[in-house]
Design a binder for this molecule. Structure first.
Ligand code: FMN
Length: 220
Protein backbone atom coordinates (compact mmCIF):
# COMPACT_ATOMS: atom_id res chain seq x y z
CA UNK A 1 0.00 0.00 0.00
CA UNK A 2 1.41 3.40 -0.88
CA UNK A 3 1.67 6.13 1.74
CA UNK A 4 -1.23 7.91 0.04
CA UNK A 5 -3.37 4.74 0.16
CA UNK A 6 -2.48 4.25 3.83
CA UNK A 7 -3.64 7.77 4.48
CA UNK A 8 -6.92 7.20 2.62
CA UNK A 9 -7.41 3.96 4.49
CA UNK A 10 -7.01 5.76 7.81
CA UNK A 11 -9.64 8.21 6.62
CA UNK A 12 -12.05 5.30 6.34
CA UNK A 13 -11.90 4.49 2.64
CA UNK A 14 -12.52 0.79 2.24
CA UNK A 15 -10.28 -1.36 0.08
CA UNK A 16 -8.27 1.53 -1.22
CA UNK A 17 -5.94 -0.76 -3.16
CA UNK A 18 -8.89 -2.01 -5.27
CA UNK A 19 -9.50 1.50 -6.49
CA UNK A 20 -6.50 3.65 -7.22
CA UNK A 21 -8.89 6.57 -7.18
CA UNK A 22 -10.56 6.07 -3.82
CA UNK A 23 -10.18 9.81 -3.35
CA UNK A 24 -12.65 10.20 -6.23
CA UNK A 25 -15.31 8.98 -3.82
CA UNK A 26 -14.07 10.52 -0.61
CA UNK A 27 -13.61 14.05 -1.83
CA UNK A 28 -17.09 14.46 -3.35
CA UNK A 29 -18.77 12.89 -0.31
CA UNK A 30 -16.85 15.08 2.08
CA UNK A 31 -16.29 18.32 0.26
CA UNK A 32 -16.76 18.90 -3.44
CA UNK A 33 -20.45 17.90 -3.33
CA UNK A 34 -21.10 19.51 0.03
CA UNK A 35 -24.20 21.61 0.10
CA UNK A 36 -26.65 23.11 2.51
CA UNK A 37 -30.22 21.95 2.87
CA UNK A 38 -32.62 24.82 3.63
CA UNK A 39 -34.76 24.39 6.76
CA UNK A 40 -37.99 23.91 4.77
CA UNK A 41 -36.46 20.74 3.28
CA UNK A 42 -35.35 19.29 6.63
CA UNK A 43 -37.45 16.68 8.41
CA UNK A 44 -37.24 13.90 11.00
CA UNK A 45 -35.21 11.99 11.91
CA UNK A 46 -32.41 14.13 13.23
CA UNK A 47 -29.03 12.61 13.97
CA UNK A 48 -29.17 9.81 16.55
CA UNK A 49 -26.91 9.89 19.61
CA UNK A 50 -24.16 7.85 17.96
CA UNK A 51 -24.11 9.96 14.80
CA UNK A 52 -24.20 13.16 16.82
CA UNK A 53 -21.15 11.98 18.75
CA UNK A 54 -19.38 11.19 15.47
CA UNK A 55 -20.19 14.68 14.18
CA UNK A 56 -18.95 16.41 17.32
CA UNK A 57 -15.80 14.26 17.43
CA UNK A 58 -15.12 15.39 13.86
CA UNK A 59 -15.55 19.00 15.00
CA UNK A 60 -13.00 18.40 17.74
CA UNK A 61 -10.37 17.74 15.04
CA UNK A 62 -10.65 21.31 13.81
CA UNK A 63 -7.52 23.41 13.41
CA UNK A 64 -6.96 24.99 16.81
CA UNK A 65 -4.22 27.60 17.33
CA UNK A 66 -2.66 27.09 20.75
CA UNK A 67 -4.89 24.07 21.51
CA UNK A 68 -7.27 26.39 23.33
CA UNK A 69 -10.33 24.32 22.41
CA UNK A 70 -12.59 27.35 22.18
CA UNK A 71 -15.47 25.28 20.73
CA UNK A 72 -18.77 24.92 22.56
CA UNK A 73 -21.56 22.75 21.20
CA UNK A 74 -25.04 23.37 22.57
CA UNK A 75 -27.47 20.79 21.25
CA UNK A 76 -31.16 21.61 21.26
CA UNK A 77 -33.70 18.89 20.47
CA UNK A 78 -37.35 18.02 21.13
CA UNK A 79 -39.20 20.34 23.52
CA UNK A 80 -36.01 22.32 24.18
CA UNK A 81 -36.43 23.79 20.68
CA UNK A 82 -39.69 25.44 21.78
CA UNK A 83 -37.93 26.75 24.89
CA UNK A 84 -35.15 28.21 22.74
CA UNK A 85 -37.85 29.83 20.59
CA UNK A 86 -39.20 31.53 23.72
CA UNK A 87 -35.68 32.75 24.52
CA UNK A 88 -35.37 34.14 20.98
CA UNK A 89 -38.76 35.87 21.23
CA UNK A 90 -38.10 37.47 24.60
CA UNK A 91 -34.61 38.59 23.50
CA UNK A 92 -36.15 40.12 20.37
CA UNK A 93 -38.79 41.92 22.46
CA UNK A 94 -36.04 43.40 24.63
CA UNK A 95 -33.92 44.42 21.62
CA UNK A 96 -36.85 45.74 19.72
CA UNK A 97 -39.84 46.71 21.90
CA UNK A 98 -41.81 47.57 18.74
CA UNK A 99 -41.54 44.04 17.32
CA UNK A 100 -44.94 42.85 16.11
CA UNK A 101 -46.72 39.74 17.34
CA UNK A 102 -46.00 38.19 13.98
CA UNK A 103 -42.26 38.92 14.27
CA UNK A 104 -42.16 37.47 17.77
CA UNK A 105 -44.00 34.38 16.58
CA UNK A 106 -41.43 33.97 13.79
CA UNK A 107 -38.67 34.04 16.43
CA UNK A 108 -40.54 31.37 18.45
CA UNK A 109 -40.79 29.12 15.43
CA UNK A 110 -37.16 29.36 14.31
CA UNK A 111 -35.74 26.43 16.29
CA UNK A 112 -38.69 24.23 15.33
CA UNK A 113 -37.56 24.19 11.69
CA UNK A 114 -35.29 21.15 12.15
CA UNK A 115 -35.14 18.13 14.46
CA UNK A 116 -31.77 19.19 15.88
CA UNK A 117 -30.25 22.63 16.34
CA UNK A 118 -26.63 23.00 17.41
CA UNK A 119 -25.51 26.41 18.61
CA UNK A 120 -21.77 26.51 17.97
CA UNK A 121 -20.01 28.83 20.37
CA UNK A 122 -16.49 30.16 20.65
CA UNK A 123 -15.46 30.64 24.25
CA UNK A 124 -12.63 32.99 23.52
CA UNK A 125 -9.50 33.44 25.64
CA UNK A 126 -8.98 37.20 25.66
CA UNK A 127 -5.54 38.80 25.84
CA UNK A 128 -3.77 35.56 24.99
CA UNK A 129 -0.08 36.31 24.42
CA UNK A 130 0.02 34.78 20.94
CA UNK A 131 -3.40 33.54 19.82
CA UNK A 132 -5.66 36.28 18.58
CA UNK A 133 -9.39 36.19 19.19
CA UNK A 134 -10.10 35.92 15.50
CA UNK A 135 -8.09 32.68 15.33
CA UNK A 136 -10.29 31.22 18.04
CA UNK A 137 -13.52 32.31 16.39
CA UNK A 138 -12.29 30.96 13.05
CA UNK A 139 -11.52 27.66 14.74
CA UNK A 140 -15.13 27.50 15.95
CA UNK A 141 -16.18 28.22 12.35
CA UNK A 142 -14.08 25.26 11.21
CA UNK A 143 -15.81 23.14 13.86
CA UNK A 144 -19.22 24.19 12.54
CA UNK A 145 -18.14 23.30 9.00
CA UNK A 146 -16.85 19.91 10.18
CA UNK A 147 -20.24 19.18 11.76
CA UNK A 148 -22.04 19.98 8.51
CA UNK A 149 -19.64 17.82 6.48
CA UNK A 150 -19.90 14.90 8.90
CA UNK A 151 -23.69 15.23 8.87
CA UNK A 152 -23.75 15.02 5.07
CA UNK A 153 -21.42 11.99 5.05
CA UNK A 154 -23.77 10.29 7.55
CA UNK A 155 -26.78 10.94 5.30
CA UNK A 156 -28.24 13.96 7.05
CA UNK A 157 -28.63 17.49 5.77
CA UNK A 158 -28.13 20.82 7.41
CA UNK A 159 -27.55 24.50 7.14
CA UNK A 160 -25.59 27.16 9.03
CA UNK A 161 -27.64 30.21 9.97
CA UNK A 162 -26.74 33.28 11.97
CA UNK A 163 -28.52 36.60 12.66
CA UNK A 164 -29.17 38.68 15.76
CA UNK A 165 -29.64 35.65 17.99
CA UNK A 166 -25.89 34.99 17.62
CA UNK A 167 -25.02 38.33 19.15
CA UNK A 168 -27.69 38.91 21.77
CA UNK A 169 -26.25 38.73 25.32
CA UNK A 170 -29.56 37.43 26.71
CA UNK A 171 -29.52 34.52 24.26
CA UNK A 172 -25.87 33.79 25.03
CA UNK A 173 -26.58 33.76 28.76
CA UNK A 174 -29.57 31.46 28.31
CA UNK A 175 -27.34 29.07 26.36
CA UNK A 176 -24.71 29.01 29.09
CA UNK A 177 -22.23 31.30 27.36
CA UNK A 178 -20.62 34.51 28.58
CA UNK A 179 -21.59 37.77 26.88
CA UNK A 180 -18.02 38.06 25.55
CA UNK A 181 -18.24 34.63 23.91
CA UNK A 182 -19.31 34.29 20.29
CA UNK A 183 -22.03 32.18 18.78
CA UNK A 184 -20.64 31.49 15.31
CA UNK A 185 -23.90 30.02 14.15
CA UNK A 186 -26.88 27.76 14.60
CA UNK A 187 -26.67 24.52 12.67
CA UNK A 188 -30.08 23.21 11.68
CA UNK A 189 -29.86 19.46 11.08
CA UNK A 190 -32.23 16.75 9.95
CA UNK A 191 -33.01 14.44 7.08
CA UNK A 192 -33.37 16.04 3.63
CA UNK A 193 -36.89 15.71 2.22
CA UNK A 194 -35.51 16.00 -1.30
CA UNK A 195 -32.60 17.43 -3.24
CA UNK A 196 -32.58 21.20 -3.07
CA UNK A 197 -32.34 23.14 -6.34
CA UNK A 198 -28.91 23.14 -7.94
CA UNK A 199 -26.85 26.16 -6.95
CA UNK A 200 -24.24 27.59 -9.24
CA UNK A 201 -20.73 27.29 -7.82
CA UNK A 202 -17.81 29.56 -8.61
CA UNK A 203 -14.87 28.45 -10.68
CA UNK A 204 -11.89 28.48 -8.30
CA UNK A 205 -9.66 29.64 -11.15
CA UNK A 206 -11.50 32.97 -11.02
CA UNK A 207 -10.65 33.37 -7.35
CA UNK A 208 -6.98 32.52 -7.62
CA UNK A 209 -3.84 34.29 -8.65
CA UNK A 210 -0.46 32.61 -8.74
CA UNK A 211 1.70 35.05 -6.86
CA UNK A 212 5.41 35.66 -6.69
CA UNK A 213 7.13 38.94 -6.01
CA UNK A 214 9.05 39.05 -9.25
CA UNK A 215 6.43 37.71 -11.66
CA UNK A 216 2.91 38.50 -10.50
CA UNK A 217 1.23 41.52 -11.95
CA UNK A 218 -2.23 40.05 -11.42
CA UNK A 219 -4.73 41.70 -9.12
CA UNK A 220 -8.23 40.68 -8.14
C1 FMN B 1 -21.03 32.25 8.98
C2 FMN B 1 -22.21 31.96 8.09
C3 FMN B 1 -23.44 32.50 8.38
C4 FMN B 1 -24.54 32.27 7.58
N1 FMN B 1 -25.76 32.80 7.93
C5 FMN B 1 -26.82 32.62 7.11
C6 FMN B 1 -28.10 33.14 7.46
O1 FMN B 1 -28.28 33.71 8.53
N2 FMN B 1 -29.11 33.00 6.57
C7 FMN B 1 -28.93 32.32 5.40
O2 FMN B 1 -29.89 32.21 4.63
N3 FMN B 1 -27.75 31.77 5.07
C8 FMN B 1 -26.69 31.90 5.89
N4 FMN B 1 -25.49 31.35 5.56
C9 FMN B 1 -25.36 30.64 4.28
C10 FMN B 1 -25.88 29.21 4.34
O3 FMN B 1 -25.36 28.51 5.46
C11 FMN B 1 -25.51 28.43 3.06
O4 FMN B 1 -24.10 28.38 2.95
C12 FMN B 1 -26.13 29.05 1.84
O5 FMN B 1 -27.53 28.88 1.90
C13 FMN B 1 -25.62 28.45 0.53
O6 FMN B 1 -25.78 27.08 0.48
P1 FMN B 1 -24.53 26.14 0.20
O7 FMN B 1 -23.84 25.98 1.56
O8 FMN B 1 -25.09 24.88 -0.34
O9 FMN B 1 -23.64 26.84 -0.75
C14 FMN B 1 -24.39 31.50 6.41
C15 FMN B 1 -23.14 30.92 6.12
C16 FMN B 1 -22.07 31.14 6.96
C17 FMN B 1 -20.73 30.49 6.64
Amino acid sequence: MTKHEQSLSRLGATDVTASPKASDKLLPTCLSERRSIPPKLLTEPGPNAEDLKTMLDAACRSPDHGALRPWRFITIEGDARGQLGEVFASARKERDPDATTRELEAERRKPLRAPLVIAVGASVTHDHPSVREIDQVLSAGCAAHAILIAAQVLGYGGIWLTGSNCHDPNVKRALGLRSEDSIVGYLYLGTPLKEPPVRERPNADHLRISWSLSESTATF
